[in-house]
Design a protein around this ligand. Sequence first.
Ligand code: MIG
Length: 765
Amino acid sequence: MRPNKVLSWQISKNTATFKYENFTLNFQTFSERIINIFASKGENKSFTQAVVMKPEEAAFDMEESKDYIILSTGLVKVRIGLEQDFAMEFIDNKGFLLQTIGIDLSNKNRSCSFKIRKDEHFYGLGEKTGFLDKRGRRYTMWNTDHYEDHDEGADCLYESYPFYMGLNRTGCYGIYLDNTYKTFFDVGKQDKDTVTFGAEKGPLNFFFIYGPSMKEVVLGYTKITGRIELPPLWALGYHQSRYSYVPQEKVLEIARTFREKDIPCDVIYLDIDYMDGYRVFTFDKEKFPDPAGMIKELEKMGFKVVTILDPGLKVDGDYGPFKEGLKKNYFVTDKNGLPFTGRVWPGLTCFPDFSRDDVKSWWAGLHEEYMNMGIAGIWNDMNEPAVMDSSTKTMPVDLVHDRNGNPTTHEEFHNIYALNMAMATKEAFKKFRPCNRPFILTRAAFSGIQRYSAMWTGDNRSYWNHLKTSIPMLLNIGLSGEPFCGADIGGFTGDCSEELFIRWIQTGVFYPFCRNHSGASTADQEPWAFGARCEQIAREFIKLRYKLLPYIYNLFYQAASSGDPVLRPLVYEYEEDENCHAVFDEFLLGESILGAPVVEPGKTNRAVYLPDGRWIDWWSGKEHEGGRYILADAPLDKMPLYVKAGSIIPMREPMSHTGEKPLEAEFHIFPGNTTEEIRGEYVYYEDDGRSEDYKKGAYNLYKIRYTMSKDVVDIKFEKTHSGYDLGQKDFKAVIRGEKIPDTVLINGRKSGFNKENENMVIDFC
Ligand code: MIG
């Protein structure tokens, strides 16, 4: 298995090539932290569509001795052994980081193995079942319509992110395997001390991403595969969905009920039954006699409409899109060039070959009528692609994708079919709504999807266990570069109960993508479906999300600028705290808010680990010392929620939908109760929340800082970027927590703050 010694090598600027007896190893620095490694038997190096990073100017330094060659980027070194069998080690300035066990390039396997370091934990790997730390399991990356239970035994779900991180005391590193074939990651399963990743086919082309912090690794990975663009603000509101709301009158009734019941909601979904016989880009004329009118009506109530689309087009000689696709040879074909047909909802269907630019543009063009009607977002489903009459649940792997004249098999294209479909969908928005931000939701995906689309985790179930494991699943998806993620609140398959729904909505309002969705012929799951008690709790929690929208929107701004996940595992912020390494049933929303939902029935309290620092109970204002577990009270109407002392959180009054009033923030300052001097700082981002003008500088940034010593809070407030004239004019702050100061200074001047004013509001300007 082990290749032999190095036969020769060649080094220039930022690349190095080592020839071994039966393979070649190629290194390229992309940055001080990112090294691309390509092991081949003579194939060409190529990058998938996931990779958007261009190598930065970062030349190698090379040291040569009798036994080794060391390539150094300044931060990290790769040491290649010259005397022994293949040996590759990664070293940083603190010393030894990672040791390669071997590279295997046999016919049926291209893989690389590293030694698992002492006390190592593994994260990332995208949409996978189980808990937070992935150690001890083996995962396959192959997009699959997995309708069965998403329990721990389930391996392939809808999306593939061939990326993982290893964290131990020496630090964190990441590996992104840039191969779209079926890949695998054995994280200490076969051998408890070895992590092996690879594929049967395709290149062993991967990126080593140096930390040493987890944040740096995520930053590096999202440099390689790109980051989200800012979503429209409405997409961060609450979404209501159902398979399916029909007819038209039912959709309107649901919308009206939200307004009548004073439950905030921004988006309502049309699932497959809106179509005429599941023909995409059509409406059933009986059920939806006037979709444009319905959309207008919904618009008046402040609702956006998102429609589902499946990739397959019904084989039907009277159906325009199919006829055109057939005539122009736009479909995926077999080896003989005949269009492949497979059964999906509409019966026999043909599948657009999204590998081609002209097919993408054609597909984009098909959205014209929807866009003109005012449909606000597109939901791409069944895009693994799912094929119902196939034992593999998908197309045969030997089908052909033309790839703009560079044909390849479905085997290579399968995992990026949905990514390419999302590219086509985004093109539709660019074409018909050039000024507005797109909203796309996808079920299947590959690394890089964050540049195009939000994701949801597919057909979960109304099981307690699915509520519980939605948290680590979303946390790992966030770490894998896709911050805009959510699971169906209430569960898709099966009947939700009142208690489960209450606990799920309490959790779900913190999902970055917050949507209640439910399967056909399951119990109703709208917030009011379980009676008055549940309705009241759901209202309160959905309102809480709307209160936090300025903070949440700013987290998306951070995700767009640095790749930081919106929803983070504790370990992301406290990686040195061993107690945080495997915590899966708590999360951080940004740095400052810690949620610890109840995810089991019948519980009215739970243990909560609070990391280092002081934490203020959201509900009572009571303060807790961190670095320990507390037993938190969690009656049915409460979810344990904490703010880190020192934080500043921009909030607003809740509203029925995001378009009701401009997003004006009030800064809630949580200094905490301490005799020590305390400081806090927050950068607040503001723009119009819907257009692309922010890319041209139409946004404002504010920096708010404060110190609190004894009884004085000294706030400094400055505008650090000015570009959006229609922004907020009056700013307010609120002091929260147990300790109330005597005096508040704003930019050095005494404010009108008055201790007796119960609301503790301070006017700024
Ligand atoms: O085979 O469109 O995951 O969210 O409601 C089922 C109907 C097809 C699967 C999606 C689900 C959606 C459903 N779809």
